[in-house]
Write a protein that binds this ligand. Structure first.
Ligand SMILES: [Zn+2]
Length: 336
């Protein structure tokens, strides 16, 4: 249940986001598969999401209000797992306490190019040991989060070197971070259809990942959230004057939120096209989304915003797709 832990931590820290893009219906709550199968499925989904998110973050660094030097990895720790999955994760990835282990190193990322791969445990950075934390902590994300913040801060300044352990053997890894949008992406195990951003991270639920048949479709979901972040919807002041303290009344009263969703769809298509994904697959995604989630066939208004139906979104995308195709054909820059 590690991502529940991660989800709970995120919810406590950041609260609910303005840009919560999904329909909360059909909560299956069905995560009763065998532990080993759950771990394998989560790992595969993590690798997929990390790869697509990294391509989007790299290709759009010039448009993101928050960008920094990054290495592109997704990290995990033994301590973030609950008691059921922890022994399995420790055995499979060589994890130890709060020390960060590589969960995904996307193709083309500095992490992958330096030779990092799942199963690598990071012991130290620039010669200084990372914190292993207390031995008894379980189902806690805080220790790993502190180590990640330390690694991110050093990488943001330039090259770093790590001492890494793989299968009991230690070696040195040199990393050359590259500029990318600074919104790390996480999977939430919720059993619902949901993706959202708090303006600092991008979150996508396990079921939303499953809806996306291929990486082009997954890119549509992640690029939509990246667009919310680029447009800084989460940090727009609401009627109380404080950023992000949105609620349903405010959402219904403010013109901003009426435009937020179509604007995110519009910019999202450009962001994914800039990263080399096929924007036309967004249409297929919305068709499939409405098939698997009946709530998406109708407009919705909830605390997260106002959402058009999937068929209406599909129609709204058509002129944007034509615009992108025309710009590509004319050799013009893909900037909306
Ligand atoms: Zn949205």
């Amino acid at each position: 249940m590690r991502r529940r832990t991660r989800l709970l931590a995120a919810a406590l820290i950041f609260g609910s986001g303005l840009a919560a893009c999904g329909h909360p219906a059909m909560n299956s709550g069905d995560v009763a598969d065998a532990p080993q199968a759950r771990l394998e499925a989560l790992t595969a989904a993590d690798a997929r999401v990390a790869a697509v998110a990294w391509k989007l973050a790299r290709a759009n660094a010039d448009l993101c209000p928050k960008s920094r030097l990054r290495v592109g990895w997704t990290l995990q720790s033994a301590s973030q797992y609950g008691s059921e999955l922890r022994p399995l994760a420790e055995a499979r990835y060589g994890l130890d306490g709060d020390l960060p282990g590589v969960l995904a190193a996307p193709p083309g990322s500095p992490a992958a190019e330096a030779g990092l791969a799942p199963g690598d445990l990071i012991l130290s950075v620039d010669g200084k040991a990372l914190s292993r934390g207390g031995a008894s902590s379980s189902g806690s994300y805080e220790g790993l989060e502190a180590n990640i913040a330390h690694l991110d801060a050093l990488a943001a300044r330039g090259p770093i070197w790590l001492q890494v352990r793989r299968h009991g053997v230690e070696r040195r890894i040199d990393l050359a971070p590259t500029l990318a949008c600074a919104y790390p992406t996480q999977i939430e195990v919720t059993g619902t259809f949901r993706s959202h951003t708090d303006g600092r991270h991008i979150f996508i639920s396990d079921r939303m990942v499953e809806v996306a048949d291929d990486d082009d479709q997954l890119a549509f979901v992640l690029a939509h959230e990246l667009a919310h972040a680029v447009l800084e919807h989460r940090s727009q002041p609401d009627v109380t004057g404080s950023p992000g303290q949105t609620n349903q009344r405010i959402t219904l009263n403010r013109g901003l939120s009426l435009r937020a969703e179509p604007d995110a769809d519009h910019l999202g298509l450009f962001l994914l096209a800039r990263a080399g994904f096929d924007p036309y697959r967004a249409v297929d995604f919305l068709t499939r989304y409405a098939e698997v989630n009946p709530a998406a066939r109708y407009p919705q208004a909830n605390a997260g915003g106002i959402y058009e139906s999937a068929p209406a979104r599909r129609r709204t995308l058509e002129p944007v797709l034509a615009d992108i195709a025309a710009r590509k054909a004319a050799g013009q820059a893909l900037i909306p």
